[in-house]
Write a protein that binds this ligand. Structure first.
Ligand code: GTP
Ligand code: MG
Length: 173
């Protein structure tokens, strides 16, 4: 008849958090559309994208909520991490202050986020090695203490961006 029943598909809500300018939208855009904009606009409120991922043979729909890092939008964040299975905590490895800010996100998620949320830390802009302000070991130690996986990423050069998502999907029960 040609009317097959729709295949059951797992859906996973993933939220991106971190300071303005660290590259959250660029990571989402690289992952979903495999493109990079060198002069992208700062996100207003939040934006949403989704992508199917096939992990170990089973399909999964990643619902990606890209939040706005500007402080004036901070109060909106709980709407986006509510019900999230996973969070990507992004800092810019050429900007120490963006790294220091991540502790606040970890604390907030522990206090008010979904129980058992799976975390991953992304040290983004690793293509800018000459501007590095955060050592790999510092980032990795912070991630470990926070119970998160850790990747140095470049949305620009497409380094480790896909791995963040496959790792999260694997780690979400
Ligand atoms: P808000 O929406 O304000 O929270 O910022 P954001 O975290 O979404 O940052 P966005 O993705 O808009 O990137 C900010 C700037 O950094 C843009 O000019 C990007 O082109 C640039 N950028 C993002 N990722 C990378 C990267 O991996 N390498 C380099 N060199 N630049 C990047
Ligand atoms: Mg953005």
């Amino acid at each position: 008849s040609g009317t097959e029943p729709a295949q059951r598909c797992r859906e996973i809500k993933i939220v991106l958090l971190g300071d303005s300018g660290v590259g959250k939208s660029s990571i989402a855009q690289r992952y979903v559309t495999d493109t990079f904009r060198p002069h992208g606009e700062s996100t207003i409120g939040a934006s949403f994208m989704s992508k199917m991922i096939v992990n170990n043979g089973s399909p999964c729909k990643c619902q990606i909520w890209d939040t706005a890092g500007q402080e004036k939008y901070h109060s909106l964040a709980p709407m986006y991490y509510r019900g999230a299975a996973a969070a990507i905590l992004v800092y810019d490895m050429t900007k120490k202050s963006s790294f220091e800010k991540l502790q606040k996100w970890v604390d907030e998620l522990k206090e008010r986020g979904p129980e058992g949320i799976v975390l991953c830390v992304a040290a983004n802009k690793c293509d800018l090695e000459e501007g590095r302000e955060v050592e790999v070991a510092e980032g990795a130690e912070f991630a470990q203490k926070s119970g998160a996986d850790f990747f140095e990423t470049s949305a620009k050069n497409d380094e480790n961006v896909g791995r963040i998502f496959t790792t999260l999907v694997t780690n979400v029960q």
